[in-house]
Design a protein around this ligand. Structure first.
Ligand code: ACO
Ligand code: ZN
Length: 160
């Protein structure tokens, strides 16, 4: 799989790309993870671990997990895609990379038999919330003090 978006190329990440994913994560988000965590995500859903590159250099990523649990919308037991983290380097934002990463990942979740997709986002992360709402996510609940600095999270979800 290779998606072209102007000069950008979006592909499945390889294990060797994980170092660049970590670099982008450290630059863009306060939530960091251990190397083992990245590998575990990769093993769980490799075709959902996507990277955006410009001239061979990573500028964005999305990583997701396939989970089973109670639906965000009713009391049924479902298979769901969990968007663990998405980020694009600041100088490459507003070019459609985030949208393409998320829509492609959702397509792969559907192919894996997921009924729905969900994520957590800081209640003040307006750019990200707008992107999710544009793609059909709705706020389903608030988790108080979700982040280590005390900020609340919205859980946002949509059916696939
Ligand atoms: N030209 C101009 N504008 C465009 C184009 C284009 N070709 N394509 C899309 N856009 C617009 C979109 O319509 C959207 O506008 P809107 O917000 O007014 O609706 C805006 O650009 C952003 O859309 P994208 O470009 O698709 O998204 P982007 O690549 O900027 O990535 C992201 C969005 C990932 C949220 C980015 O802002 C980011 O990395 N933020 C910091 C990290 C972060 O907060 N990540 C989310 C944390 S929550 C979690 O991970 C579950
Ligand atoms: Zn999460």
């Amino acid at each position: 799989m290779q998606i072209s978006l102007g000069p950008y190329v979006i592909t499945e990440a390889t294990k060797d790309d994980i170092w660049e994913v970590i670099r982008i994560n450290e630059e863009t988000l306060p939530e960091h993870y251990t190397l083992q965590f990245y590998y575990d995500i990769y093993e769980n859903f490799p075709e959902g671990f996507l990277i955006a590159k410009l001239n061979g250099k990573a500028v964005g990523y999305i990583m997701n997990r396939i989970e089973r649990g109670i639906s965000s919308f009713n009391l049924s037991f479902v298979k769901k895609g969990h968007v663990v983290s998405i980020a694009v380097l600041e100088e490459h934002r507003n070019k459609g990379i985030g949208t393409t990463l998320l829509t492609t990942a959702m397509e792969r979740m559907r192919n894996r038999g997921c009924d729905e997709v969900f994520l957590e986002v800081r209640v003040t992360n307006y750019d990200a919330i707008r992107l999710y709402e544009k793609l059909g996510f709705v706020k389903v609940r608030t988790i108080q003090y979700y982040y280590s600095d005390g900020e609340d999270a919205y859980v946002m979800a949509r059916k696939l």
